[in-house]
Design a protein around this ligand. Structure first.
Ligand SMILES: Cc1cc2nc3c(=O)[nH]c(=O)nc-3n(C[C@H](O)[C@H](O)[C@H](O)COP(=O)(O)OP(=O)(O)OC[C@H]3O[C@@H](n4cnc5c(N)ncnc54)[C@H](O)[C@@H]3O)c2cc1C
Length: 422
């Protein structure tokens, strides 16, 4: 079976955009046409700044067009962990920002009539081990007490009300999240940015960046863009041309399979409340029903390009969760890269040479990246210089960053071991 994503197969027709040829001049040049880059372009244009986006493939080709389509509040670390690190008030502010990012996506889909199957489904975090469930109870109590919205603990015996599976030790129900079709969203966002005058060039890989006093010039094979400011929005797809990002972001893989279309009665049985689910295993399985009545099941191995065998593992994991799906066909399968920082927390800001960037969403970028693009735009137009805690984070190079393959291999084995241990 060839790798083809469900999102690509079911997206609205793609608008064709030219490659950059010749010279362009603009206020802000942006490298990367995912949620971050396109959101920055849209918000810059809304403020009267011109922008040019350069994408090496096509709009949404990176993680933005490949993800699970889960718009989640929060971050990779739990809110209890954030409060332990930075205090309750800041954890609340960070949580509020993550919720603001959900509202922003919802508002943009309304303002620009982006048809991306956005639906407020809520989600359940499923406890892979009993001790994870104990942590969840604390997390739920903490959120309900300090953050003014209600999460609900589901005891193991009640898990059948949300998922037809005996694989989990309990769960935490969160009502705020949305599901969407990520590729349709990013394509719609790109058209919104263009409606305000942004220029987007596809098949335009940036191969060189030069800084002179007062401006920056970026080069592709067939052209260049001169601008006052540069934003790198390349996240996990950063290569050596974007060095500090390349060193400070670990690009781990994730795979997703989508089943054949299933009868409504089966879907209702598997996920009675239609919520999205992710679990607390180190390898992190995440799954949901899709707009066209399938189960999309994600999370295999963090090692990229493992080929056929990894999809078999994802299928087996799905059957382990939903034995009822044994024998069901898989119509689509695909993978993508997730950007992770050493602190497991996203970074946003300005490098020493003046380059702006936002990256390392650690699997929570579906909504955060739209907000981060907006924060960068606000900073550049001098509307707000508040980059919150994200702006204080440093892009710390990973140990062995020159041998990332080895590092990911070691991390993969370590995670497997942790999941295997009681
Ligand atoms: C399989 C998978 C599942 C995920 N599931 C979820 C989820 O359910 N919920 C969630 O919140 N997050 C999820 N994520 C993470 C989320 O998708 C990302 O955090 C988010 O899309 C990052 O957006 P971005 O715009 O910063 O980067 P990207 O969308 O990766 O965009 C970067 C772009 O930069 C381009 N680029 C790189 N180098 C160059 C160059 N030299 N010249 C020109 N262009 C260049 C790339 O082609 C790419 O299109 C998932 C990610 C993956 C891979």
């Amino acid at each position: 079976m060839n790798n083809l994503s469900l999102w690509t197969a079911t997206a609205k027709p793609k608008k064709n955009r030219p490659a950059l040829v010749g010279k362009e001049q603009t206020d802000v040049v942006i490298v990367g046409a995912g949620f971050t880059g396109i959101s920055a372009a849209l918000h810059l244009q809304q403020k009267g700044y011109n922008s040019v986006v350069l994408e090496q493939e096509t709009v949404g080709w990176g993680a933005s067009g490949r993800n699970g389509g889960m718009l989640l509040p929060g971050y990779k670390p739990t809110l209890v962990e954030l409060a332990d690190k930075w205090g309750v008030d800041e954890a609340k502010q960070l949580n509020d920002l993550s919720i603001e990012s959900l509202r922003l996506v919802e508002q943009l889909t309304k303002d620009y009539q982006i048809d991306c199957s956005l639906q407020k489904t809520g989600h359940v975090v499923a406890a892979f081990k009993q001790k994870h469930f104990e942590g969840m109870k604390k997390e739920s109590e903490f959120i309900n007490k300090h953050f003014g919205y209600e999460t609900k603990i589901i005891e193991k015996n009640d898990m059948g009300k949300v998922i037809a599976s005996k694989a989990y030790h309990g769960g935490l129900e969160d009502p705020l999240s949305y599901s969407f079709h990520p590729l349709n969203y990013v394509r719609g966002l790109a058209e919104a940015a263009e409606s305000h005058g942004a220029k987007i060039f596809e098949k335009s890989k940036v191969i060189n960046i030069k800084r002179e006093s007062g401006y920056v010039e970026v080069f592709t094979e067939s052209g260049s863009v001169k601008a006052k400011e540069l934003i790198l929005a390349t996240d996990a797809y950063s290569e050596s041309i974007t060095k500090p990002l390349h060193k400070g972001i670990l690009s781990i893989s994730s795979q997703i399979i989508a089943t054949e279309s299933l009868p409504e009665s089966t879907l209702k049985k598997l996920l009675p409340k239609g919520q999205m689910i992710f679990d607390t295993s180190n390898f992190l399985y995440y799954f949901r029903r899709t707009p066209d009545s399938r189960i999309a099941f994600g999370g295999g191995d963090i090692i990229p390009n493992r080929g056929e065998s990894v999809y078999k593992e994802v299928y087996d994991a799905m059957i382990n969760v939903f034995p009822e799906l044994k024998g069901c066909k898989v119509n689509y399968r695909w993978d993508g890269l997730i950007g992770v920082t050493r602190d497991m927390f996203p970074v946003l800001g300005r490098m020493e040479d003046g380059t702006f960037f936002a990256a390392g969403y650690c699997g929570h970028g579906a909504s955060l990246a739209t907000l981060f693009g907006k924060l960068l735009a606000q900073f550049i137009v001098k509307e707000s210089e508040n980059l919150y805690r994200f702006g204080e984070m440093k892009l710390k190079p990973f140990p062995l960053s020159s041998q990332k393959g080895l590092l990911i291999n070691l991390a993969s084995k370590y995670h497997r071991l942790l999941d295997w241990l009681a």
